[in-house]
Every structure is written in C-alpha cells, then in structure tokens.
Design a protein around this ligand. Structure first.
Ligand code: DC
Length: 223
C-alpha cells in the first residue's frame, strides 16, 4: 500500500510535460521522475561504451546495470551517470534520436521500467514519459495524457533556443514529428492513452490552467 499518490503524465514531445511536471512537483511537494531522461542516458552510455543503438541484448544489460542517479545540480534536478552530471549531454538532437531508438527495444524497456517502479514504489512521485500510466504505474492515483497541436509543440521547442542561434522552425517541426511517429508506431509500449487517463489538450492553455485542471483531479491536492 502506498501512502502518497503516484501521478503519471504521458504525451508526445513538446506537449508541456516537463514544465507541467516540474510545477506540479513543486506545488504538491512530490518528487519528479523524468523517465525520458533515463532512455536518453542509456543512449549516451551506449555511445560512450561503443554499443550500437541496434544491439538489443547489450543495451538491455547496460540499461539494467548503468550507475544512474537523480540528484540536485545547479539548483535543479540533475541526472548523473557514474558520478558525472550528464543533464546537458543528454539534451542534444543526437541523443533525442538515440533515446527514441534504444527505447524501442523490449530489453531496454523492461530494465528501465523495473528501475522506475523501484524509484516510485513509495509514492509521492510525478512521473513523466510515454508509458508511465499504461505500463509503469497503471494503478496510479491520477493519470494524465497531455497533448497539443504539432505546430504549437514545435513552436515551444523553437522558442527554447536563442534567436538566430538554433535550428529553423521547419527543422524543429521535423525533429518534433519524427520521434512522435517512431514512439507511436513501435511494437512495444507505443505512446497511447492509459485506461482511465484524463486527456488535456494544452494547445490554447497556459501552464497555470493545465496545472489547475490537474490539481482538481489529484486525490488530496484540492485546487
Ligand atoms: O521525453 P523525452 O524526449 O526525453 O524522451 C526521449 C525518448 O524516450 C523519446 O523518443 C520517447 C522515449 N521514451 C519512452 O519510450 N518511454 C518513456 N517513458 C519516456 C521516453
């Protein structure tokens, strides 16, 4: 029995999961677990170990044994691989692609899902990802599916770059759509809405409005 709730937020990239899960964790005093960062870490660890992103058995082993921990770094939650802060290194377009590739292997998913269940075992946690409500914690106390129109998701990503210093809007749109298709059409744990999940379309909502809708549906959180 969990004393504190588990909350899951799934949805495509750029729907606002990261911002919303951060704010929700702050407001409720819960811990945030970014499951996508774990797939990114696996892609990075594989690249460094010379393991191709297609080598399922070795990737599965790596996902199970890599020395991964979430710890505070520079005032925010950071991800550490064998003691090294990899928070920035996993946020490159190359690692987005790598994460999408390694996350398609069942061996990798099984290993990381087991670690995510262990991390969230006692509750008091907000998980964000693609399968946190369908596979990791189907019995979560509150499950959300956060969505937004593709053009808006791309625009949000585009605005994260400094003007004139990043990719064009068209490139960002392509980068947003490519993993979406891969993640939604893959055989194992494709991105889909969990049974009992609450669908929120954030296309025309502010972060605060999304939060209000979520807080109303979280047992004990009120609004
Ligand atoms: O949310 P993100 O962009 O950091 O996720 C990186 C990749 O990992 C993305 O292609 C989807 C995949 N992923 C997944 O398959 N399952 C999760 N629970 C989280 C992410």
């Amino acid at each position: 029995m969990r004393i504190r709730p588990v909350i899951t937020i799934d949805g495509p990239s750029g729907a606002g999961k990261t911002t919303v899960s951060r704010r929700l964790a702050e407001r409720t005093g819960m811990v945030r677990l970014d499951t996508g960062a774990m797939y990114r870490a696996c892609a990075l660890a594989a690249r460094r170990a010379g393991i191709p992103w297609t080598d399922a058995p070795r990737l599965g082993e790596l996902a199970a044994r890599m020395d991964l921990s979430f710890r505070e770094a520079r005032g925010a939650q950071g991800l550490f691989l064998a003691g090294e802060d990899i928070s920035d290194a996993i946020r490159t377009p190359e690692m987005s692609l790598g994460a999408s590739e390694v996350s398609a292997h069942p061996a990798v998913r099984e290993a990381l899902v087991a670690r995510q269940r262990e991390l969230g075992r006692d509750g008091g946690v907000v998980l964000e990802g693609r399968d946190t409500g369908t596979v990791v914690f189907p019995d979560a106390e509150a499950k959300f599916f956060l969505d937004a129109a593709a053009a808006v998701r791309a625009l949000r990503r585009y605005r994260e770059h400094r003007p004139g210093n990043g990719p064009s809007f068209e490139e960002v749109l392509k980068d947003v759509l490519r993993p979406d298709v891969q993640d939604s059409t893959r055989k194992h744990s494709p991105l889909k809405m969990a049974d009992g999940a609450i669908y929120i379309d954030s296309t025309t909502l502010t972060v605060e409005e999304v939060l209000e809708r979520m807080l109303r549906r979280i047992p004990g959180a009120g609004s």
